[in-house]
Design a protein around this ligand. Structure first.
Ligand code: AMP
Length: 113
């Protein structure tokens, strides 16, 4: 199967502005930001969609959320940010490697479009 864009970023075959990484995940700035802060947090493990995660991934999913907290705090928006996961093409997912969007730095309306 062809590598996803995000797998290429993990493998350093595509450039990205990486703001955080550890043994479980990587976070980098979205190339087409929807807010002043728009960062994607991805697991190193290639889980295509959130609905493909299993109970084995429970700790990893928690780690991604806590990493989002840490990044929002480091960006200066620890008390006001949004985390979004688009699951499936009809829900807006375009890259099939699980990712959390962190959005911050402007008023965020609800519900999203
Ligand atoms: P989604 O539509 O939820 O799958 O989100 C995919 C996101 O990846 C979009 O917000 C894109 O702007 C972003 N994106 C696509 N290619 C890159 C890239 N090479 N580097 C950083 N972000 C990207």
């Amino acid at each position: 199967m062809a590598k996803t864009l995000f797998q290429k970023i993990i493998d350093r075959e595509l450039p990205a502005t990486i703001v955080f990484e550890d043994e479980h995940c990587l976070a980098f700035r979205d190339i087409n930001p929807g807010a002043p802060v728009h960062i994607l947090v991805i697991p190193r493990k290639p889980i295509p969609r959130l609905c493909d995660a299993t109970v084995e991934d429970q700790a990893l999913l928690g780690h991604l959320m806590l990493t989002a907290n840490k990044i929002a705090e480091a960006e200066g928006f620890g008390g006001a940010f949004r985390v979004v996961v688009n699951n499936g093409a009809e829900a807006g997912q375009s890259v099939f490697h699980l990712h959390l969007h962190i959005l911050a730095g402007r008023p965020l309306k609800w519900p999203p479009g």
